[in-house]
Design a protein around this ligand. Sequence first.
Ligand SMILES: Cc1ncc(COP(=O)(O)O)c(C=O)c1O
Length: 378
Amino acid sequence: MFRTSVRRFTTTAWRSAEAIAQMETRIKRNIEISKAQRIAQRGLVDAIGNTPLIRMNHISDQTGCEILGKAEYQNPGGSVKDRAALFVVEHAEKQGLLRAGGTVVEGTAGNTGIGLAHVCRSKGYKLVIYMPNTQSQGKIDHLRLLGAEVYPVPAVAFENPENYNHQAKRHAESMNNAVWTNQFDNTANRQAHIETTGPEIWYQTEGKLDAFTCATGTGGTLAGVTRYLKEKSDGRVKSFLADPPGSVLHSYIQSGGKLTERAGGSITEGIGQGRVTDNLKPDIDLLDGSVHIPDEETIAMVYSCLDQEGVYLGASSCLNVVAAVKVAQKLGPGHTVVTMLCDGASRYAERLFSRKWLEQKNLLTSIPKGLEKYIVLP
Ligand SMILES: Cc1ncc(COP(=O)(O)O)c(C=O)c1O
């Protein structure tokens, strides 16, 4: 009896010593490879980027490919746009356009404003945001809560001088020590992805990736990541635009460069474009193709990412994930495809998980069988 329990004790003790040693090796290794865990010496701005690259287990197993999502929702402002926000502000500083106590002005209805608000607070700048007055009170409140001065203005076409972008530009021009960061055509935005997102993906995969895909708003992410990965891999890594309904870029690419009128719309926010921005222009010819993703597939992926992968993602991220599956199917088993998980679902939860909203958008029947339990809002 005594001998048995001694034996049991020593075996357990040996096992746990071995387990501890293994755990310590694992921790050491992770600490070595995870530079992201260093102290963010310059404050919050140093905590932007270095996001995890998550294997999407279910769809990877289903396609026989490795489908990896860059967890941009882990940025301090909760989205991929923190990277662009930091680079446009630091570009203005380097150009001498912004000095201590200065003001940043931008036209944005979404994540760029939130990213800018965090960067501006951290660096001591004021932030002024112009946005179309069709945006939700929630978005206005969020920006005001982060210290921004917000001007909701009538939603008019870009050609109209009262469009929110032109008003933002004029506001900055009317002040001293103020800059309009112009996210759509300021290529410091694309540069953020050449210098950070692209290299992170390359080093996280140790260069073993075959394709990248994502949608575009300003085009900064797709252009910058594509440029970096193409150069680093001597053109081996393929890159595909993912496009929502209401955007002209898919047909632009498929037709070999014909720009059509914008028509229709999508449930996705922050993506879809009516023109080729200055951020996208230098790199659009590097693309290997494009995929059009209907809202029905995007909304189904919102629910299955939550249920099967455990990730709570906004619609633009889920459109990217659908695109990554299509690219994986096109390339065949054994390939690695990377995409962007741009932001989380909380900003859109009132809509994405509301029965009434899904019915209004004719999307209720697109929710996969058995996942209706996530429609928790009336
Ligand atoms: C949620 C979301 N996804 C994707 C994008 C597109 O990123 P980019 O502007 O780099 O094309 C944006 C841009 O605002 C966004 O807010």
